[in-house]
Design a protein around this ligand. Structure first.
Ligand code: ADP
Ligand code: MG
Length: 256
């Protein structure tokens, strides 16, 4: 296992915005996260790639505590993840998450989808929340859809609403778990473009994706996972042109 030795080479110190130390997670006998150490700096864009089943989604889900861990620590902005209650709701607001399946509230309008969390979790006044929601919908290019229901929108539009909804909570970090994998090809770019803009604006982002063009153009760092471990990490340029591990070479040979 010489691959693991290179895993922490480009990891920042312990003062990252999101810091995982010695994180382990099992699903029954399956060891899905194995001694994961990861420090993400404020403003950093980290793209996570790796074969199916390597633990990418689980990694994301532990960061906003959709999954608990068996051992190790996770801190966001220096604070350990809260176990439950209002503190957990606040953490989930601070750690925005966008999933492959858009997960909008189907029975609420687009506007309401972006207003709701602000009012319920952030205790923002309704008119203020609406103004912010409209501004965010405009920012992601779906302002004209505000009064429609999610099912009336294209997949690309729905995903942009999901991004606006997460942004409405003023997150410190945004997690994207294969945000374009469920989209028709012609809609992928409109979502990636919103994400590129977000990255350019300085948002801290963790992005699980198979879009290598996005990784090359927007990531500060690429993390390659296999079998629950961070096998290799590097700048996109170095990773794509000179992967070091056999696992990464093999993976890249299949997708590029
Ligand atoms: P990836 O996102 O890289 O495809 P996941 O993090 O989704 O990988 O899954 C890692 C492994 O954990 C897979 O083998 C998957 O089947 C398993 N797994 C994920 N979630 C659960 C769960 N809730 N219960 C049992 N096994 C799970
Ligand atoms: Mg996944």
């Amino acid at each position: 296992m010489t691959e693991a030795a290179t895993a922490t080479e480009t990891t920042a110190g312990t003062d990252g915005l999101v810091v995982l130390k010695g994180v382990n997670k099992h699903f029954g006998a399956l060891h899905v996260l194995q001694d994961v150490d990861l420090s993400i700096a404020a403003g950093e864009v980290v793209v996570v790639i790796g074969p199916s089943g390597s633990g990418k989604s689980t990694l994301c889900r532990t960061i906003n505590r959709l999954e608990t861990v068996d051992s190790g620590t996770i801190t966001v902005d220096g604070r350990p993840l809260p176990a439950e209650g209002r503190e957990l709701a606040r953490l989930r607001a601070e750690v925005g998450m966008v999933f492959q399946s858009f997960n909008l509230f189907a029975h609420k309008t687009v506007l309401e989808n972006v207003v709701l969390g602000q009012v319920k979790v952030r205790r923002v006044a309704r008119d203020q929340a609406e103004a912010k929601a409209r501004a965010l919908l405009d920012r992601v290019g779906v302002a004209a859809q505000a009064d429609k229901y999610p099912a009336q929108l294209s997949g690309g539009q729905q995903q942009r609403v999901a991004i606006a909804r997460a942004l409405a909570m003023d997150p410190k970090v945004m997690l994207f778990d294969e945000p374009t994998s469920a989209l028709d090809p012609e809609m992928i770019n409109e979502v990636l473009e919103v994400m590129r803009q977000l990255a350019a604006d300085g948002m801290t982002m963790v992005v699980v994706t198979h879009e290598m063009g996005f990784a090359r153009s927007a990531a500060n760092r690429v993390i390659f996972m296999a079998d629950g471990r961070i096998v290799e990490q590097n700048t996109p340029e170095a990773f794509f042109t000179a992967p070091r591990s056999d696992r990464a070479k093999d993976f890249l040979s299949k997708i590029l």
